[in-house]
Design a protein around this ligand. Structure first.
Ligand SMILES: [Zn+2]
Length: 88
């Protein structure tokens, strides 16, 4: 169990490191831009949670193991923390 967590954390760290190093090369459409996810500033839009798909007024954003940005509702936040995802 501890090794699985360490592995997941390491993988997430590597993904983020690669993304940070190559900000222009990895601009593919699968990567969700934070500005798009968050919507217009000052306008709280109800976005669906990436895990349970329920709409939440407030999402917390994490970098997944694949280097993608996921928005999680308060109910799913503990899952992300258990997976060792990095909060953005
Ligand atoms: Zn959720």
């Amino acid at each position: 169990m501890i090794w699985w967590l360490l592995g997941a954390a390491l993988l997430a760290g590597c993904c983020i490191w690669i993304v940070m190093r190559q900000p222009h090369k990895r601009r593919n459409s699968k990567v969700v831009k934070l500005s798009t996810v968050r919507g217009k500033a000052g306008q709280p839009s109800r976005q669906p949670c990436s895990l349970c798909k329920k709409k939440a007024a407030r999402l917390s954003f994490y970098a997944s193991e694949q280097g993608q940005v996921v928005g999680l509702c308060d109910a799913c936040k503990p899952q992300a923390e258990r997976r060792g995802l990095l909060q953005l």
